[in-house]
Design a protein around this ligand. Structure first.
Ligand code: PHE
Ligand code: NA
Length: 440
């Protein structure tokens, strides 16, 4: 017997859950440093343009595939077209699992840094000292693994609660908290002496710095940030009711995700400039540059703890989404299987997370393609399987999906026409370009 599929409790519930999936480390840790590396304002503009064209169109496509079939990422393809298409779903499920296994490691660091902000052990003056503290922490064989386990346990707790009373409920509480913390931190940062320079870096486009690679960076960032190309939004779409509206909700999710990225820019960049640090410091901007800034601020320990707590919350609702992609597939729509499947998936991801964590320290000598395991997983998913998944999903939605399903979008003819133009031509070409450029 087929059990009734779980559903979101309301339109708002869906928007918050999907925003929880989208808003993550990608917005608060990754977006500010990628913006810093790519020259500021011009990057912001290009990023927003991509989010609301290609990004939004692909988000609509994934939700439609999920909603029309009411199935997980692999069965959704089987049900709507068959053939080799379910392979796209399997690749997505594998991608979700691989991302999960390094995402929980980095998320574990954010939990550790929340605690360590309060005990003051990470707040040294000078980026060199803070850098040494960070390297010392991530290369310890035991401590980061324990924090990964703590974060994983929180994720499992939410996923075990199910779709409406676990995932949606967590987002209902955590997303508002996240916005409040972001606003407090942004208000602190933009009122620092010397914040103006950071603000103009972020908001004044300087197109002389724009190159081919600016577009590539923006497209990759938009993809990761909106959780596209790996079936997360197909899975969340499959928990919508068949008559739930897609286009408006997708626009809300994209807007919330962009808003959090922009607010994170307001938190990080003015502070970086006010304290004379380098905006192009890369991934270390959050874990190295920021603690050295917090150390120089009044009540710095408090703001530091608040910032890393914010990151941990954002990461939690995203890790839940990655988990759900895998759990949804293996439990095959049977609610009775959610619990055992969740426990097995958590065990498996922990098993992969251990060497991933150790690859930052004692096992850094073992590399894959010249990279430690953590970077190799990041590279493989971000540069290969996610864009490839996105490309195939766009082709599927644009050229394979039956017209009758497309009509279920329920939007005006002009809107559907615009969506089809982007999903058939613009998105496949643009994604094919990043995919190839990313490999060479
Ligand atoms: N969108 C999340 C972020 O910005 C990452 C993510 C990717 C989550 C894919 C779920 C699925 O951090
Ligand atoms: Na995001």
């Amino acid at each position: 017997m087929v059990q009734a599929r779980e559903h979101w409790s309301s339109k708002m519930g869906f928007i918050l859950a999907a925003a929880g999936s989208a808003v993550g480390l990608g917005n608060i840790w990754r977006f500010p440093y990628v913006t810093g590396e790519n020259g500021g304002g011009a990057f912001l503009l290009i990023y927003l343009a991509i989010v609301f064209t290609i990004g939004l169109s692909l988000l609509v496509a994934e939700l439609l595939i999920g909603r029309s079939t009411q199935r997980d990422a692999a069965r959704a393809f089987k049900e709507s077209a068959g053939g080799a298409w379910p392979l796209v779903g399997y690749m997505g499920i594998l991608t979700a699992f691989l991302i999960l296994s390094f995402y929980i490691v980095i998320a574990g660091w954010t939990v550790a840094y929340t605690v360590k902000s309060l005990t003051g052990t990470i707040l040294a003056s000078g980026t060199e000292e803070v850098g040494a503290v960070f390297t010392g922490f991530i290369s310890d064989p035991i401590e980061p693994v324990i924090y990964t386990a703590i974060f994983l346990a929180l994720t499992v707790f939410v996923v075990l609660g199910g779709v409406a009373s676990g995932i949606e409920r967590a987002a209902r509480y955590l997303i508002p908290i996240l916005f409040i913390i972001l606003l407090v931190l942004a208000a602190r940062s933009v009122t620092l002496d010397g914040a103006g320079e950071g603000l103009s870096f972020f908001l004044k486009p300087d197109f002389s710095k724009v190159g081919w690679d600016t577009f590539l960076a923006a497209l990759g960032q938009a993809f990761f940030s909106l959780s596209l190309g790996m079936g997360a939004m197909i899975t969340y779409g499959s928990y919508m009711r068949r008559d739930d509206a897609i286009v408006g909700s997708a626009a809300s999710v994209a807007t919330l995700d962009a808003l959090v990225a922009v607010l994170a820019g307001f938190v990080v960049l003015p502070a970086v400039f006010a304290f004379g640090a380098e905006p192009s410091a890369g991934p270390g901007l959050t874990f190295i540059t920021l603690p050295s800034i917090f150390a120089q601020m009044p009540f710095g320990a408090f703001f530091s703890a608040l910032f890393f707590f914010l990151l941990a919350i954002a990461a939690l609702t995203s890790a839940v989404a990655l988990f759900e992609v895998v759990v949804s597939y293996f439990s095959a729509g049977d609610p009775a299987r959610r619990k055992p499947v969740t426990l097995w998936v958590s065990l498996a991801s922990f098993v992969l997370a251990i060497p991933t964590s150790l690859s930052m320290g004692v096992w850094s000598g073992y590399t894959i393609g010249g990279k430690p395991l953590l970077d190799a997983l990041d590279f493989f998913t971000n540069n290969i399987t996610m864009p490839l998944g996105g490309l195939l999903i766009a082709i599927f939605a644009g050229w394979v999906l039956r017209r009758q399903v497309v009509q279920e979008l329920g939007a005006s003819g002009t809107l559907v026409g615009a969506w089809q133009f982007v999903i058939r031509f613009v998105a496949p070409v643009a994604i094919a370009v990043i995919l190839i450029a990313g490999l060479i």
